[in-house]
Design a protein around this ligand. Sequence first.
Ligand code: ZN
Length: 219
Amino acid sequence: MNNEKAIVVFSGGQDSTTCLFWAQKKFQEVIALSFDYNQKHKLELQCAKNICQKYNFEHHILDLALLNQLAANSLTRSDIEVDKEPPKKGLPNSFVDGRNMLFLTFAAIFAKQRGIKHIITGVSQSDYSGYPDCRDTFIKSINVTLNLAMDYEFVIHTPLMWLNKEETWKMAYDLGVLDIIKEETLTCYNGIKGDGCGQCPACNLRNKGYLDFKKTNNL
Ligand code: ZN
């Protein structure tokens, strides 16, 4: 156990909730930080809130409406449907330009005011859905940038970086929070909690990972 505090960038989805409980094992105190960018599914923030209340995490929701105003996107605009299949060329339309960069920047500003150095994010390069800001090289780069920008020694942790969804489920299992992740988180692009709609790319990835996890571990 690290005798320090940490901030988790927390959406209430499978990945960041797994990170929240991972952090709880590693750090003395964990604070969850969520962002309201007018995401289509308000239930996402509600899930985040519920999890923090139920399991006793300090939780803050920061207003980032500007992001939606600048970058039209299928996760924020009800008139844009999420792509069923990833495009052959270019980025999927669920990608929000600058999102992780802004989240990490605001998380770092928040952290520094509280004297906190550790920031945790649930990004993964293995199942990264083509999002450039989920890659390890981006995280390393913004870590350096934030340190230079604020003359401070932030440490960004990415416990899921090299895990696929199956391995992320295994981590939840090993942390003893499998049922919480399965039932109380929201990953689905159609805003359905738990197992989700079963149709969208996020559900496909999550549900396939769960089945693989069960099979591999004979559960
Ligand atoms: Zn879904």
